[in-house]
Design a protein around this ligand. Structure first.
Ligand code: ATP
Ligand code: MG
Length: 387
């Protein structure tokens, strides 16, 4: 007998001729998530198995698998050469000693003379004999004992079904360049886009010496936290202070954020092209702050031609926080370090900026040089939670 983990994958993307592409990508992502743990991942027609691991690493493997997009649920199971007595004995020994249960048998191996119903009944009877705290109810139960008797002479027994994130395997939807701040929203945006199969690369703007080394470290930490779900993230840390000086000298303070954000988008787009990304991703949510009104979004969006994905656009802050907590980013996101947007924050930023006026304000700025100089000063960090 051997402990293994059954991995069930979504049905939707398994249809059609892309099937092999999706399954091999998912298998790669699973292997990548488990690369520092000794185990083997095997894929069959419509599911995968993780096997050959040390029993004491099972919980860690389970917790890693729940973060791999494209997996719907998993079951830690026991695999044994098919033997009905042995199966019943293991069900008695390994599964909860109390509670309401049912037994469901799937018998693919038709060489076995008993029907699946008969086998289930026998196992149930043994389990009742084994503990008087167990009862059977086929319709309302605390746990379901599953016995899967395969054609290849092996059976799998399990009772836990652990829900995973679903979604699509990271990488199947292309690369996205995320604007990653140190706040609550952008790490959640990374999570949601990765869930739809987008491989995340990120850019962070920092305003040294107005923003500290600690603020930068916090962003790296956030990228590492979301890398559990997204895979390792290549983060470009771009110096933004010179651009902010130039804007401050030439623009009225209430347009500061608008023009700053136009520069962020230009730089993000340039990096996106360099790094083979087909879209830009931000953590904006409509109406949350002055720079997130329709008019502001139009004015900042108009400097780029790549699509800009804003997965949080219709989310309330409380909904965003819920996801942020779930992915363990919240406690880091709320650490009180300044962001470059807060350093030069005007008291009354314009809520409905005018595009023509923004264009006029930018005339004295040497946009190309400012953008290129900032990009030239980029520091690249690979953020991986295992390091
Ligand atoms: P967040 O919680 O993600 O910081 P926010 O509510 O603070 O968002 P803003 O500061 O207006 O809102 O930022 C909106 C979006 O702009 C962020 O979600 C992020 O995508 C991007 N952004 C803001 N500041 C930075 C920065 N310093 N570096 C990179 N991207 C940034
Ligand atoms: Mg912010």
């Amino acid at each position: 007998m051997e402990h293994i983990i059954l991995i069930r994958i979504g049905e939707i993307f398994l249809k059609g001729h892309n099937r092999n592409f999706f399954t091999s990508l998912l298998k790669n992502n699973i292997c990548e998530a488990l690369k520092d743990i000794k185990c083997k991942v095997v894929s069959t027609q419509n599911r995968m198995f993780c096997e050959g691991y040390n029993q004491d690493e099972e919980e860690e493997i389970i917790s890693r698998l729940t973060t791999v997009f494209g997996i719907y649920n998993i079951s830690p199971a026991v695999k044994l050469a098919t033997n009905l007595e042995k199966i019943a004995e293991l069900c008695c020994r390994l599964f909860p000693k109390e509670g309401v249960f049912r037994v469901t048998v799937n018998r693919a191996d038709k060489k076995i003379p008993l029907s699946s119903m008969d086998i289930a009944r026998n196992i149930g009877a043994e389990m009742l004999k084994d503990s008087s705290y167990r009862t059977v109810n086929l319709y309302k139960y605390d746990f379901e004992v599953n016995v899967d008797i395969r054609e290849n002479g092996y059976s799998y027994i399990f009772y836990r079904k652990i829900a995973c994130e679903g979604g699509l395997p990271v990488g199947c939807g292309g690369n996205g360049m995320l604007l990653l701040s140190g706040g609550i929203d952008s790490p959640v945006a990374a999570f949601l886009m990765a869930k739809r199969g987008v491989k995340i690369k990120a850019v962070h703007f920092h305003s040294f010496p107005y923003t500290s080394e600690m603020a930068k470290e916090k962003v790296i930490k956030l990228a590492k936290i979301v890398s559990c779900y997204c895979g390792p993230i290549e983060l470009s840390v771009v110096p933004f202070t010179e651009i902010q000086y130039a804007i401050k000298e030439n623009c009225p303070i209430e347009y500061m954020i608008t023009i700053m954000r136009r520069f962020m988008m230009r730089i993000a787009e340039k990096l996106a092209y360099e790094k083979n990304c087909g879209a830009i991703v931000t953590g904006e949510s409509l109406g949350q702050v002055a720079s997130q009104t329709m008019e502001s979004i139009m004015v900042t969006n108009s400097v780029v031609s790549l699509p800009v994905f804003r997965p949080l656009i219709g989310f309330d802050k409380s909904e965003i926080i819920e996801i942020s907590r779930k992915i363990d980013a919240f406690e880091t996101s709320i650490l009180p370090y300044e962001d470059c947007c807060t350093v030069f924050l005007p008291k009354n930023p314009v809520i409905k900026p005018k595009l023509n006026y923004a264009l006029e304000l930018e005339v004295p700025l040497d946009i190309e040089k400012l953008v290129d100089d900032a990009i030239a000063g980029t520091e690249t960090v690979i953020c991986d939670f295992r390091e």
